[in-house]
Design a protein around this ligand. Sequence first.
Ligand code: NAD
Length: 292
Amino acid sequence: MQLLDGKKAGQAIREEIRLQVAQRLSEGKKQPHLAAILIGHNGASATYVGAKVKACEEAGILSTLLHYESDLPEHTLLEKIESLNNDPDIDGILVQLPLPKHIRESAVIHAIEPSKDVDGFHPVNQGLLMQGQPGFIPATPYGIQLLLQHYQIETAGKEAVVIGRSNIVGRPMSVLLSQPGPVGNCTVTLCHSKTTDLAGHIRRADIVVAALGQPDFVQANMIKPGAVVIDVGITRVENPTKKSGFELKGDVDYTNVSPLCNWITPVPGGVGPMTIAALLKNTLQACQQKDT
Ligand code: NAD
């Protein structure tokens, strides 16, 4: 078993970005600038946004964190996004999900100018992805693509099973794996909560991407020996022995699955750091697009 180490691969990508940003600055070009919006006091969301802002700083990307109370009216948020859309200094905008119930996620995603949509959630970017055209790829599937590329995992002709069909992880992941080109050319099965004989599908897979958000769901008896296993899930599970009072669990039973795999991502330290690296890549790309 070999580790798909997202910390290491993510660090290497972030270092490349840092050098590219430094090069831009030495040429007198604009410094990339990300605006991150956080609403409310969800601990996990605050941690993710904090990690993104810190990674920006380390790579030389400016970041502005806008933190609002959870009773922020939807129209005020949409106005804020509009002003960021019109601000020439802002290259990328991300709104950390999930949102409070009174705010429509789709209205917020639609409000972000596609050329600043570094999370790749806007229908324009998702449409471009479907058509295999350049655009912003959602950060988590993009990060997984970069991780597979970093470790030179052969994907062409392989059977891939993606578990979970969300617009931000599972569905775009299935599109990336099936498209022509490097880290593609797989035959993809997209599984979800209504799939029958899920274990049977997973057992045939050379590459498994688990993105359902159910701790330890993927068990050793579902895995084809030699498979590549990507664990996207992050669930906070109470654990009084930990200082924080919780531990992070992936969707894969790592202890029993890992001995069977050729490659596997750990949780934490697998897909999470790659998501951040991919977000930084998208932010740099958003800034580069403005160069004339
Ligand atoms: P989601 O809740 O939007 O989607 C979950 C999907 O899993 C759904 O499509 C559903 O059909 C499917 N599903 C649920 N139960 C199932 C079951 N028993 N069998 C088969 N399919 C089932 O979640 P999401 O936003 O796609 O996130 C999935 C997981 O990935 C979560 O744990 C989330 O925290 C994690 N995540 C991690 C990162 C990262 O950077 N590592 C980024 C995004 C999401």
